[in-house]
Design a protein around this ligand. Structure first.
Ligand code: COA
Length: 254
């Protein structure tokens, strides 16, 4: 049971997060399934565009915090890194449709997508610092690039939830779409892309992305090292244990 549903139809590969009882929190198995689905979509000549979405009331609560405590990612070949590598190097356009919580990687993965549609119910958050961690998915590079340093600093250092309007103003979201129309709107955009000359689409995406690709790889590598070190820290243990004990973390002893 990977909790990831995939469907390919009309040249669109849909990848759906489907773990509603845990707010679509992403386990190592789910990262692996998403990495595999992305690789399959890239390899399938029938596919011209990929669409990621969650449930109507939840995109994802981010990395499964139990996994972080019990089986943290070990290195560059771990499922989360396979997924992020696939996402950041995909040749085909990627669309995301976001409703409800989009926490941690639920926000940072959007920085690699080509179009991001969000409904007014979307609540973005990058609580890495408050979890005793550091940013991932090259967000420490890409967020200041799209949002400007001061906006990125507020979102990454304080890590508070923010609205679709704020995400739009920060350049993370392409367009805000009513909840009821979100998936239909994203599918229509995907159909529009799928109808365009495919080589021209891919070359245009590559022209925009390849210039920064080495810097993105470097950022993911240096973030990953610090992230893994912090995962083993007492700060992170306190933050994550507090989440499951439904209490406020206490960082006063550090
Ligand atoms: N990892 C593991 N389990 C998670 C989870 C996560 N990231 N996020 C939510 N869950 C679980 C909860 O433990 C709860 O399980 P239970 O029913 O067995 O107690 C269930 O999902 C529902 O979560 P709950 O917190 O009650 O939902 P909510 O609607 O009140 O809040 C969120 C939703 C997303 C705002 C909140 O769950 C949250 O902040 N999650 C943690 C996000 C996070 O820190 N992610 C890591 C980023 S690096």
């Amino acid at each position: 049971m990977s909790h990831i549903r995939t469907e390919t139809k009309d040249r669109i590969a849909r990848i759906e997060l489907d773990r509603a009882d845990k707010k679509n929190a992403i386990t190592a198995e789910m990262y692996q399934a998403m990495a595999d689905a992305l690789a399959a979509a890239e390899a399938d000549p029938q596919v011209r565009v990929v669409l990621f979405h969650g449930k109507p009331d939840c995109f994802t609560a981010g990395n499964d915090l139990k996994d972080f405590l019990q089986k943290p990612p070990s290195g560059g070949d771990s499922p989360v890194f396979q997924f992020l590598r696939g996402l950041s190097t995909a040749a085909k356009p990627i669309i995301a449709a976001v409703a409800g919580p989009a926490v941690g990687i639920g926000t940072t993965m959007l920085l690699h997508c080509d179009f991001v549609y969000a409904s007014p119910s979307a609540r973005f958050q990058m609580p890495f610092v408050s979890l005793g961690l550091v940013p991932e998915a090259a967000s420490s590079l890409l967020l200041p690039m799209v949002a400007g340093y001061q906006r990125a600093a507020e979102l990454l250092l304080l890590g508070k939830p923010f609205t679709a309007e704020k995400a739009f103003a920060a350049g993370i979201v392409t367009e805000i779409v009513p909840d009821a129309d979100l998936i239909a709107h994203a599918l229509a955009a995907a159909a529009g892309i799928a109808a365009l000359p495919p080589s021209s689409v891919r070359m245009t995406k590559a022209l925009m992305k390849t210039r920064y690709a080495p810097t993105v790889v470097e950022a993911m590598g240096s973030e990953g090292e610090k992230f893994r070190a912090q995962l083993a820290s007492a700060e992170a243990k306190e933050a994550m244990t507090a989440f499951f004990e439904k209490r406020k973390p206490d960082f006063s002893q550090f």
